[in-house]
Ligand binder design. Sequence first.
Ligand code: HEM
Length: 443
Amino acid sequence: MNPAPPFKSTLHWSQLLRNSKRLVKNPIPFHHKWFHKFGETLKFRFFNGTKVFLTRDPEFALHVLRKNHKNYFKSDVTSEGLGQYIGKGLLTLNGDAWKKDRRLLQPGFYKERIRKLFDGVIPQTITKVLGQIPQNTPTDIKPYMNQLAFEVVTHALFEMKIEQHRLEEIRQIIDSVQEHFVKKIRQPQWNFWRYLTGVNSSIDKKVRRIRSIMDALVEERIASETSHEDLLDLMLNATYEDGSKMERGRIIDELIILIVAGHETTANALCFLCYELGQNPEYLEKVKAEIQSLEGSTTPYEQLGQLPYAQAVVNETLRRYPPAWIVDRKALAEDQIGAEWIPKDAFIAVSIYELHHHPDYWDNPMTFLPERFLKPPPAVYIPFGAGPRMCIGNHFALFEMTEVLRQLALHYTLTPITKTPNSLALITLQPERLVLCLNQKDD
Ligand code: HEM
């Protein structure tokens, strides 16, 4: 390794401060402009002096996420900052504690479990929620897609039915915690004010509330003495390699994390999928023809694996609108990536959005073009991340999206109302609202 060169910022903190209000809502256009102007990896310091590397360089990104992942933990922003609200679980843990939980939970996402869910309750849930969207009427579909993804993930976690008002309460709490967390990170200059005015304590109260709802669900399950084939039973019954069981507090953390990680990402992607389907009705026609060309009677799960065009539409949605648009890490020790020297404790942010729109790897990157996924995508396509911290729910999410697309193609047409959705890049990338008409077909 070469001797450490001095850290030279490419961006001055005043540029961040000057734009802080607009950066809260959507930093993507700023990132894009700055990458264009200053190169593939931007460098600057946080207010506390931490050195930051924001990259869209594939070599840099895959080095951090995959090749030398042992040197890169989830950043303090995620593990401590987000962990303060959503708890210590897969998304926020590091090292051995993370590995133990990942091994324990992984079987919950094995093919057989997913098959059972997609041949059973999940298509029915999707049918039910799509059926609740007002027909032939301009409607903001974001709340419906949120509800759909939320109900689908909670079915995988808790086989039993949870009352609607409880689901709604959990969802609202998660939304307000996310908004608060993003403001805290992007406008730290107001944090003391938030403390003084009681904003922080009202959020803490909400966090306690969601934990108590989860605790009650776990309590009910233990008391019921019936067995279920869901993730909650897996956590209650499985043992770590040393023979110990998952503690109650950790089970609650993991439940909250799976709900948080598993519902909004998919809901946002579904909104953007509907937007593109509204703009381009021929995609629905092509998917329908593909479904109709399948021979013999197949189960929904089997069908989903045999629809390359539908999968291409889903993949293109995740390329063009990656819900987890940025991921972050902290360097445990100094490192070198190409010509770049990474100091210990540096904060690294990988822009998945920029990797998915990099003109060196994609023709017409801003154009929605499913056909590009009829052949294998370049290595910069990482909607679910890369390396050992890759999304545990990736197959689940792909099946869910493809099933929604399958049902839309068979039973609906979409009329666009929102011309261009206004994107918000919070923890996840989402449309501010998305109005369209869902029209049920007669056949
Ligand atoms: C379209 C939908 C989804 C997208 C785009 C997505 C994306 C991602 C990404 C990029 C990561 C890696 C984060 C990092 O490297 O820092 C991740 C991690 C994770 N995702 Fe997803 N996700 C989706 C759906 C789901 C679903 C449905 C679940 C669960 C039911 C889920 C659970 C998780 C968990 C628990 C982690 C942490 C994994 C670990 O570190 O071991 N995600 N997701």
